[in-house]
Design a protein around this ligand. Sequence first.
Ligand SMILES: [Zn+2]
Ligand SMILES: [Zn+2]
Length: 275
Amino acid sequence: MSRIKFYGVRGSIPVCNEGFQKFGGNTSCILLEGPKHTVILDAGTGIRELGKEMAHDQHMGIDRPCYLAFSHFHWDHIQGLPFFLPAYDSRRTFTISAIGREHLGKDLRSIFETQMQAEYFPVSLDAMGAKIIFFQNPASHVSVEKAFVRAIKHNHPGGAYSYRFQDSEGRIVVYCTDIEHGDRIDSNIVELEHDADVLIHEAQYTPEELPHYKGWGHSSWAQAVEVAEKAQVKRLIITHHDPDHDDEFLCDVEKQCQVRFPNVCLAREKMEFVI
Ligand SMILES: [Zn+2]
Ligand SMILES: [Zn+2]
């Protein structure tokens, strides 16, 4: 069984306003639970709630290998990490991983050390307590005990990565956020997403808004649907909602998406399902 649970579905910055809570205000964080491994996709503010659940859930126990995979390191994808309770548990080990050639130029550890240096946060990365392993691999794919991960870089300011995860029982989940396709859908992304059981794709904007945000690094819901159609995925989940789009607005977007694609929904915080 593979379980997916959304803890943060908001893009750019958290929102706590009235009228935004049906979908939720926390920034990007998604849990993927495979038969043998746990993968956390991005560490936006949603990871705080995930941490609290992990601390009390036997299935997410200290012996289970846990990987943190980052689409990229913009604030909305890292800002929850200092508040991730299990990282303060010395019995736990986490692997922060980055695969792909372009990542070699970055010192992964220093990104997180800087985030937690004394000017920004009272606890340093080393003082958190859990063992944190930094795994950087120039290959575009890695396999761990029959599970398989492939990553490719896509267009976003500073670059970002899409991931294709195949668990040891063959189920496929693709995560693609903070992507600007531009005038034409990125064919490499379609290929990466081909035949996925679940595609999690961002859509910060509507098709009408998108032309006003050229170079901001995001997609429209119509592009997310187009990618899902082209890649023939079984299910599409749209995430990374704009912080100015309230519940009413997003419900309306969801209806428009459902006219175009049979199995689509907009991600909501705490939404979960088994594939
Ligand atoms: Zn983002
Ligand atoms: Zn970004």
